[in-house]
Design a protein around this ligand. Structure first.
Ligand code: ATP
Length: 202
C-alpha cells in the first residue's frame, strides 16, 4: 500500500482546495520560506490520526483550520484526504476489497474530528491501526519533524523500543492485545458474577 495523493481544504495555509500528487520518485518539496512545506507534512500526520495538538504546531486542534488573512475570513472547517493504492491488498481485511482507499479527516470548529474511509464513517482508532500496521502513522519514524533527532538521542530506552516497534509495524498488535486483554477481563468478571448467582440459587 502506498500513498498516491493528498488533498487539503481549509487546512492551515491551504484555504483553497489543493491537490498534491505523490508519485513514485518524489523526493522533496521545495519552496520559499513560509509557503507551506511543513504544513503538507503536518497534513499527512494529521490525516493518519494525530491526536496530540502539541505535535501539530499550534496548540489546539482547531488551529489546523485556516485562521483567516487580511483578504479572507477564517474557515469553520478543514479537511484532508489521503489516497492509498491498495492493489497489493495489504490493507486490513475490512478495507481490503478496495483497490484504492481514500482516508478523510474533517474537523469543524469546536466540534472535533470525524474520519471516513472511502466515504464510510470510521473510528479514529481504526484509521490509526490501518497506518500502524503499515509501519507508518502520525508518530512514524518516517516523518522526521524539527527536533525529532535530538529527541531520539535523548530518549529513554522504553521510548527507543517504541520507535523500533513502530518501524517493525507491530504497534497495532500491542493496541489489539491490550483491547483483547480488557475483553478477557470483562468476560472473566461476568463469569464470576454468573457463578455467584448460580451459588445463591443452589
Ligand atoms: P519554512 O521553510 O520557513 O519552514 P514552510 O514552507 O515549511 O516554511 P510552513 O511552516 O508550512 O512553511 O507554513 C507556514 C505558514 O502557514 C505561515 O505563513 C503561517 O502563517 C501559515 N499558517 C499556519 N497555520 C495557519 C492557519 N491555521 N491558518 C492560516 N495560515 C496558517
Amino acid at each position: 500500500m502506498h500513498f498516491t495523493r493528498l488533498r487539503l481544504r481549509g487546512f492551515k495555509s491551504f484555504v483553497d482546495p489543493t491537490e498534491v500528487p505523490i508519485e513514485p520518485g518524489l523526493t522533496g518539496i521545495v519552496g520559499p520560506n513560509g509557503c507551506g512545506k511543513s504544513n503538507i507534512v503536518e497534513a499527512l500526520r494529521w490525516v493518519m490520526g494525530e491526536t496530540s495538538a502539541k505535535r501539530v504546531r499550534g496548540g489546539e486542534m482547531d488551529d489546523v483550520i485556516f485562521a483567516g488573512s487580511r483578504a479572507r475570513p477564517q474557515h469553520t472547517w478543514a479537511e484532508v484526504a489521503l489516497t492509498l493504492d491498495n492493489r497489493d491488498g495489504t490493507a486490513p481485511a475490512r478495507f481490503n476489497d478496495a483497490g484504492e482507499l481514500e482516508v478523510t479527516r474533517r474537523i469543524e470548529r469546536e466540534k472535533g474530528s470525524t474520519y471516513r474511509v472511502n466515504g464510510a464513517e470510521t473510528r479514529a482508532r481504526d484509521v490509526q491501526l490501518l497506518f500502524a500496521d503499515q509501519a507508518t502513522g502520525a508518530g512514524a519514524t518516517a516523518l522526521v519533524s524539527q527536533g525529532r533527532v535530538t529527541h531520539v538521542i535523548h530518549a529513554k530506552p522504553s521510548e527507543r523500543r517504541q520507535l523500533l516497534e513502530e518501524a517493525a509495524g507491530i504497534t497495532g498488535l500491542h493496541t489489539r492485545r491490550r483491547e483483547a486483554e480488557q475483553r478477557l477481563r470483562t468476560a472473566e468478571q461476568n463469569l464470576e458474577r454468573l457463578d455467584d448467582r448460580l451459588d445463591t440459587q443452589e
